[in-house]
Design a protein around this ligand. Structure first.
Ligand SMILES: *[C@@H]1O[C@H](CO)[C@@H](O)[C@H](O)[C@H]1NC(C)=O
Ligand SMILES: *[C@@H]1O[C@H](CO)[C@@H](O)[C@H](O)[C@H]1NC(C)=O
Ligand SMILES: *[C@@H]1O[C@H](CO)[C@@H](O)[C@H](O)[C@H]1NC(C)=O
Ligand SMILES: *[C@@H]1O[C@H](CO)[C@@H](O)[C@H](O)[C@H]1NC(C)=O
Ligand SMILES: *[C@@H]1O[C@H](CO)[C@@H](O)[C@H](O)[C@H]1NC(C)=O
Ligand SMILES: *[C@@H]1O[C@H](CO)[C@@H](O)[C@H](O)[C@H]1NC(C)=O
Ligand SMILES: *[C@@H]1O[C@H](CO)[C@@H](O)[C@H](O)[C@H]1NC(C)=O
Length: 354
């Protein structure tokens, strides 16, 4: 074949291809993803029409209106099963992927790391297995990564914490093991970190104190050891701190004057030494406060009477002693008070309706 007929041949093939399918390349990429899926709702199959020239009007799709490139893929709650194909990388302009609450299975394709404009990735409540691809470190624009309620396993890669813009990271309710990566302290924009219900071991890294904007830190139901890092006292924005059902020990360092935003504190089912820090009375927003079955000794500080918003206080199954402070009666919002299985004396203060 000479050069001329080769060129002619290519020309002919490309004309032929556009005549048969005028669909742009993002549309073709979506159709090859679709070809792998089962139990797709008919509303979707009839909408994803290969005769269209762009996928921009398809169910679950949003495009950039000038380039007709797909910027958002949202199939949340469609009941789709099957793998998420590697073709996903061909959707290069994607900023949002929301596939939560489906039955996607298999591994998360490493090719997702090539969708470098991604800001929002939600694969939660599916049946994904395997690990978090190392290629996620290339997602430098990522702000939200939500992978909770899957069957993901292995270690949480240190490299994930190179995504410095991450604000929301939900990895809870999976089978992650290994240690809690020390590089978490690199995520200075982090607002919410949820790792509960995994099999993480080792200590909570001291570097967590660098995540100055952190509002919610939930680490319950793991196998974490060591003490609560002192650096937690740096986290002035913290609203929810839940580390129950671990193997933590040592003294409780909280109660710093910086805990003004703290509304929920759950340290239950650990093995602390020492007692309740009186300075916890400074956490003036505290509403739910539980340290059940955690080997606490000493008395209940009267400063807890300063907690005007406190509605749930559960200190049961410890070794607390002394009087129940009458000042607790100042906590006008208190509706649940559990102190059973301790060595407390005296009666429930009448202010509490006892
Ligand atoms: C797809 O679009 C073509 C052209 O607009 C139309 O004739 C056809 O009925 C559509 N198919 C479905 C399944 O809606
Ligand atoms: C995806 O769509 C659902 C409802 O259809 C909506 O509630 C959700 O906010 C959307 N996700 C994103 C990231 O916009
Ligand atoms: C995906 O990204 C990797 C790493 O940046 C690169 O080596 C690879 O060539 C990319 N693949 C495609 C198909 O763009
Ligand atoms: C984590 O789990 C994997 C299996 O998923 C296992 O091979 C590995 O040894 C475990 N690592 C640790 C530190 O427990
Ligand atoms: C990221 O974290 C690692 C481990 O803590 C550390 O060695 C590295 O210096 C950090 N990088 C930056 C830029 O803070
Ligand atoms: C319980 O607390 C006591 C004193 O505060 C401490 O000596 C002991 O080691 C703790 N027990 C456990 C199992 O951590
Ligand atoms: C509360 O914080 C202040 C500093 O702002 C400190 O002096 C005081 O001892 C703390 N504890 C209590 C129980 O008020």
């Amino acid at each position: 074949m000479n050069l001329f007929s080769l060129l002619f041949c290519c020309y002919f093939v490309s004309v032929y291809a556009t005549t048969v399918s005028g669909l742009n390349s993002d549309g073709l990429a979506l159709l090859s993803l679709l070809s792998r899926w089962n139990s797709v709702p008919t509303s979707m199959t009839s909408s994803w029409n290969s005769s269209d020239s762009t996928p921009c009007s398809w169910l679950g799709i949003k495009c950039d209106y000038r380039s007709h490139s797909v910027v958002s893929l949202n199939l949340s709650g469609y009941g789709i099963s099957g793998p998420l194909g590697p073709e996903i990388w061909r959707l290069k302009q994607l900023k949002t992927i929301d596939l939560n609450t489906n039955e996607f299975s298999g591994e998360i394709p490493s090719q997702l790391g090539n969708c470098s404009l991604l800001e929002y990735l939600d694969l939660s409540t599916n049946s994904f297995t395997g690990g978090i691809p190392d290629s996620f470190k290339y997602l430098q624009n990522l702000q939200t990564l939500s992978l909770f309620s899957n069957s993901l396993s292995g270690e949480i890669p240190e490299s994930l914490f190179q995504n410095w813009g991450l604000q929301v990271l939900y990895l809870d309710t999976n089978r992650f093991n290994g240690s809690f990566p020390r590089s978490v302290g690199n995520l200075t924009e982090l607002l919410e970190l949820s790792l509960y219900s995994n099999q993480l071991s080792g200590p909570i890294p001291e570097s967590i104190g660098n995540c100055r904007k952190l509002q919610s830190l939930t680490l319950s139901y793991n196998k974490l050891i060591g003490s609560l890092p002192e650096s937690l006292t740096n986290l002035e924005s913290l609203v929810d701190l839940s580390v129950g059902q671990n193997n933590l020990e040592g003294r409780i360092p909280l109660g710093f004057c910086k805990c003004k935003n703290l509304e929920k504190l759950d340290l239950s089912f650990n093995s602390f030494s020492g007692g309740l820090p009186p300075d916890l009375g400074n956490c003036s927003s505290l509403a739910t406060f539980a340290i059940v079955h955690s080997n606490l000794t000493g008395t209940i500080p009267s400063s807890f009477g300063q907690l005007k918003k406190l509605s749930h206080l559960d200190l049961s199954e410890n070794r607390l002693s002394g009087r129940i402070p009458p000042e607790l009666g100042n906590c006008k919002s208190l509706t649940v008070l559990n102190l059973y299985t301790n060595k407390l004396e005296g009666k429930i203060p009448s202010e509490l309706g006892g």
